[in-house]
Design a protein around this ligand. Structure first.
Ligand code: PLP
Length: 386
């Protein structure tokens, strides 16, 4: 594992630990900001990926806005000092309370996901004598070519307004005197690795949808193309910073922008994924009937991605004393058969007390963790503090 600082001190700490490589994190954000500026794109960080205040502080300093999917995320972002005007709020099921709260807070835009929601936003704004900035999330019907639980832009997905309803949306907008139509929003999925092809397809669909609204008298000022850039879970060291330039230049080249139109994106995983490793101690190495199990002091309670999506995370033994290799199933301590972090994984001979690093856990790691089995949360350690 690169960039591991003061290992003696780190390895003396109780595990499990979310270890933040802050140097890599800053280099990642800087690379994204540079590529965004070069292509005239505004970034709203998707805070659902990781809401650690130390990383938010840096992003705020770099001028990023925030993409939220709940009223509490909006509230938390404001508490962390983000300008409400730089907050966008998506989500298929915003409650009336969440809508009113965000409206009063003066967020930049609701990314509205249904006709039903648009009607309710208008009603709430009218009843409270407020105006709401609204962008419409349209389902672009584009295949993100990713895991089925990470695709969001297909006809069968629950997200966004179906294309077939666009004419009805225009009708509703015409009668919505408390809604400021700000633009359009798309998000086709997560962990997209076929960057050029998939995002080109997103742009082709988005161009058609933008043209429809403009032709119907609704100028589209903001075009938000969502998040989705994937990271390399197999080679986190040789591919530590994701392909922001390729992603942003693809969007810039493929979108047919007229003067005055602005492009926005909402990266989550790509900004934080590679910057965190989950460090864990081996409690037992257990010989099963046909398998050898490495049993860790972390499991699906801390990192649910392998159990939820069969997600692959590279695992390294940081304290191995032998170079001889063995095949193991790496499992957690939770009383669930799904609590498996890796199957048939080749590792150096591993023994009780060794420290293993589960790599690329910065996105959708700690935010999805639970106290299931009444386990304590993993501690957080920043490389800057070692
Ligand atoms: C609306 C929206 N925008 C952005 C993102 C961030 O996606 P990613 O972490 O893949 O960049 C998500 C994640 O699911 C999302 O739902």
């Amino acid at each position: 594992m690169q960039g591991l600082l003061n290992t003696e001190r780190l390895f003396s700490m109780p595990t499990p630990i979310w270890y933040y490589d802050m140097s890599l994190f800053r280099r990642t954000v800087d690379a994204a900001v540079k590529a965004a500026e070069a292509n005239g794109i505004t970034i709203h960080y998707s805070i659902k990926a990781n809401s650690e205040p130390r990383i938010l502080e840096y992003m705020k300093g770099k001028g990023l806005g925030v993409d939220c999917v709940s009223g509490n995320e909006v509230k938390y972002s404001i508490e962390q000092g983000f300008d409400p005007a730089k907050i966008v709020f998506a989500g298929v099921g915003k409650s009336d309370e969440e809508i009113l709260y965000a409206m009063k807070a003066g967020i930049g835009s609701f990314n509205c996901e249904s006709l039903e929601e648009l009607v309710v936003i208008e009603e709430i704004a009218a009843a409270n004598d407020l105006r709401a900035n609204v962008s419409l999330r349209i389902n672009p019907e584009v295949d993100a070519k990713t895991h089925k639980f990470m695709t969001t832009g297909l006809e069968m997905d629950k997200f966004g307004i179906p294309k077939k309803d666009m004419a009805r949306v225009v009708e509703i907008l015409l009668h919505s005197s408390h809604v400021n139509f700000k633009g359009l929003h798309f998000h086709i999925g997560s962990q997209i690795t076929d960057v050029e092809n998939v995002f080109t397809n997103e742009c082709i669909s988005a161009n058609g949808i933008v043209a429809f609204f403009e032709e119907n008298g609704f100028p589209v000022e903001n075009i938000d193309l969502g998040g989705g850039l994937g990271i390399d879970y197999y080679n986190p060291d040789s591919h530590d910073i994701p392909e922001f330039e390729l992603w942003f230049s693809t969007l810039r080249e493929r979108m047919k922008l007229r003067p005055g139109q602005k492009l926005h994106v909402e990266p989550g995983r790509s900004l934080v994924g590679q910057c965190v490793s989950l460090l864990s101690r081996v409690i037992f190495v257990k010989e099963g009937e046909n398998k050898t199990f490495v049993i860790l002091d972390t499991g699906m309670n801390d990192l649910i991605r392998p159990a939820l999506y069969h997600a692959y995370h590279k695992i390294e033994n940081l304290t191995a004393s032998s170079e001889r290799l063995m095949v193991y199933d790496v499992v957690g301590p939770i009383c669930e058969s799904a609590d498996v972090l890796a199957v048939d994984r080749v590792l150096p001979v591993t023994k009780r007390g060794d420290i293993l690093a589960i790599r690329s856990t910065g996105a959708y790691g700690s935010v999805m963790s639970s106290s299931y089995n009444m386990r304590n949360p993993a501690r957080v350690v920043f490389s800057d503090d070692l």
